[in-house]
Design a protein around this ligand. Sequence first.
Ligand code: MG
Length: 296
Amino acid sequence: MKLFRFGEPGQEKPGVLGSEGLRWDVSAFGEDWNEEFFASDGLARLETWLAEHGPRCPVLPEDVRLGPCVARPSKIICIGLNFAGHVKETGAEMPGEPVVFFKATTALCGPYDDIVIPPGSEKTDWEVELAVVMEKRATYVSEDEAMDYVAGYAVHNDYSERAWQLERGGQWVKGKSFDTYAPIGPFLVPAGAVPDPHDLGLWLEVNGERLQESNTSDLIFRVPALVSYLSRFMTLLPGDIISTGTPSGVGLGLDPPRYLKPGDVVELGIDGLGSSRQEAVAFEDLEETLSGSGIR
Ligand code: MG
């Protein structure tokens, strides 16, 4: 069972990838993949419902648009500098504890939506990351208990405008939060279907050239540590997203640095979680793509 959402931006409906690889429209289940769903043991309820109703659900066409695989959460929390190779390529100090920043939830978009290069941006960069989706409300959770609070995992591209992130002063949030800077999906894969989230290959290609390739075994701070750590500073709500950090191979780390330009195609994936693809477009050239954020 893999969960996705489909349809027009902002009007997505719930879907499930069935065991035969068919995409089912599960609107009849009557819920979205949101805070209320996760908080009410929705994954288990959905599985029970599917056993009876799944085969009778309408099958979606291959070309249906996929939205973000979870509904807009209360928070997208990102971890910076969580792979040693990436720390090195950025010239940063090795972190003594997790580097935490937020990404605006309005940046969320579908896995195959265009990445819109903001007006004036010259340094839009890519970052393949394992995203963790929370299932239960978490406050002061221990590392030992932390995995019981996780709903599942998804592919995330933590797009980053390096000039606004690093050269314009202050916190990183400015460079991380543009509309379409957070494509997530194609699927939410429930935690029970991911044998080891710390042994997943992840990769990213730009125009077919493989630039990032690593494994989540190389994470400096692992999922239980991150959930526990974050829950000491804020309440994590069901459906909240924690993006765990990117390996080396971002544009900033290349010599010379390289950033996206209109027409570039970014593809990325994680073992067992599927792959996504975004084409870069200029803001000025494609105003309607902004609707991909689901906000407008
Ligand atoms: Mg990142």
